[in-house]
Write a protein that binds this ligand. Structure first.
Ligand code: PHE
Length: 503
């Protein structure tokens, strides 16, 4: 049944702009910076397979549910859930789910822009031929020197946030839509180019076999930092859920789910456009681009004896080697980092938008005021990640901040403070907030909203689409998320908080 509500926040001019905007949100640093390093940390192919399974079995149904919520509620995530819960005569506390996802997006943006700032810095460096003829060690050193300087990182983080704020302040059509039309196609072309280089460089097969070799031992048994399996006192491998939980968390992250972004993009969507088809193609585009990035990066990792498990610095220490060695490497390289910057920009816009619309609705601010508040706050929280990239753990970072405000004597005796601030924020968001948000979204749409409302909003021509989606969203997705999340949490508490001396 129709809701009769209309969007007061803006509208897409059609199905294509929505598809590009959703693809722009989905495709970002998650595909090119994060996907290769989480694959590397979790042993390769088996992780990829499990991740693909989660994208289509859990991610896609939740993706469709988010658009349904947005398109029916026509307000910010908080207010849409409030209205839809009332409409279904259920508790209005569901609105808090809207608050939770908005906060998750805000937190991601805080570190996302620090990484995106580094991408901007690298596009300038590569352009100036800084890596021409440089050895792999030289490239690694250059990155280490670059990242050890918090002022530079902070400056680029600031520039990036300002650019995001400018685009978002221009609104749906003039800001969001205008930018995605250029950036999404450009990124695909650049990645294809890089893959051709990798094929030409013979080591391509090493990369491909790493990505597609389904060795489940590497995913489910714990390994140390050097990548060897940890064997306990009884001589057996140690089972771990970590990799599986990471694969699930990354499926949410890469599709841009559980942060309210897709709900808001649904608010701007006309009712005639098919949700099932568009979200399916976004998921295909998103996973293909992640795989392409892996195919471009891993051959270089193996050809130069680098570590696949080196973490967030992977993209900054592998690709510049190739750019330094190839003809016109400075041109291709800076174009690559520039397109990556655009990919990050279209994702960051989606991350900021939910907080902005919430502020507009709640405080009756203008769009520009809301952007300044939300963007400014995210910039501030991002400072934690600036220090993390420079190598400081959370304890040191908090000391820097508390020293600055002359607060002393805070007892930070907890183990968690040995991690970097980035690891803590990213861990909380990807491993906890995104799965929990996804679970609740599935439960809300599958069990709270009436079947008539969701069928009407989904508006699928083929009845099988609705039936399959409904089974997934009511039973399969929530059950899988719950089991994996609970098992992962139990393992973490058990292993790290109760027994092991240091994380
Ligand atoms: N999906 C984006 C990426 O892969 C990140 C993102 C998350 C964007 C949530 C929007 C919302 O980089």
């Amino acid at each position: 049944m129709a809701s009769g509500r209309v969007s007061h926040l803006g509208e897409w001019s059609g199905g294509m702009p929505f598809f590009l905007a959703a693809t722009g949100a989905a495709v970002g640093l998650g595909n090119i910076w994060k996907f290769p390093y989480v694959v590397g940390e979790n042993g390769g192919g088996a992780f990829v397979l499990v991740y693909l399974f989660f994208v289509f079995v859990i991610g896609l149904p939740v993706f469709m549910s988010e658009i349904i919520i947005g398109r029916r509620g026509r307000q910010s995530p908080y207010h849409s859930l409030y209205i839809l819960a009332s409409e279904a005569q259920h508790s209005r506390h569901w609105a808090k789910l809207g608050g939770l996802v908005t906060i998750a997006g805000f937190l991601i943006l805080s570190y996302y822009s620090v990484v995106a700032g580094q991408v901007m810095a690298y596009s300038v460096r590569v352009a100036s031929s800084a890596f021409v003829g440089m050895s792999a060690d030289g490239v690694l050193n250059t990155y280490n020197v670059f990242r050890s300087n918090p002022e530079t990182l902070l400056a680029w983080h600031t520039v990036f946030i300002v650019v995001v704020c400018i685009v978002v302040s221009r609104g749906v059509k003039k800001g969001l839509e205008a930018i995605v039309k250029i950036t999404v196609p450009a990124l695909v072309i650049m990645l294809l180019l890089l893959m051709v280089y990798a094929i030409y460089n013979h080591s391509f097969l090493n990369g491909a076999s790493y990505l597609f070799d389904f060795d489940f031992k590497k995913l489910i048994y714990a390994r140390d930092v050097a990548g060897s399996f940890i064997i306990d006192s009884s001589g057996s491998y140690q089972f771990t859920f970590k990799g599986i939980l990471m694969a699930m968390g990354h499926a949410f992250f890469t599709l841009g789910l559980s942060v309210g972004a897709m709900m808001v993009y649904g608010v701007y969507l006309d009712r005639d456009i098919s949700i099932g088809k568009t979200t399916f193609f976004v998921a295909i585009a998103d996973t293909s681009i992640a795989l392409l990035a892996g195919l471009a990066i891993f051959p270089i990792v193996f050809a130069y004896g680098l570590s696949a498990a080196q973490g967030p610095s992977l993209v900054f220490t592998t690709l510049p080697i190739a750019f330094g060695a190839m003809y016109f490497g400075n041109v291709i390289g800076s174009l690559f980092f520039l397109t990556l910057f655009f990919a990050a920009l279209t994702s960051a816009i989606a991350l900021l938008e939910p907080s902005v619309v919430w502020l507009i609705e709640r405080s009756k601010m203008t769009r520009v005021q809301a952007v300044v508040w939300a963007g400014g706050a995210s910039w501030f929280v991002g400072i934690i990640s600036v220090f993390a990239v420079s190598g400081a753990n959370l304890r040191d970072t908090i000391f820097v901040i508390t020293d600055f405000f002359s607060i002393s004597d805070i007892d930070l005796g907890h183990r968690i403070f040995n991690l970097t601030g980035f690891q803590v924020i990213d861990g909380i968001v990807t491993l906890v907030l995104l799965p929990v948000g996804g679970l609740l979204i599935a439960v809300f749409v599958g069990w709270i909203m009436s079947a008539e409302s969701s069928r009407y909003e989904l508006n699928a021509k083929n009845p099988w689409v609705y039936t399959t989606w409904r089974i997934l969203v009511r039973y399969i997705s929530p059950a899988l998320i719950l089991v994996i999340f609970a098992a992962g949490l139990f393992e973490w508490v058990n292993k790290y908080l109760l027994y092991q001396p240091v994380l």
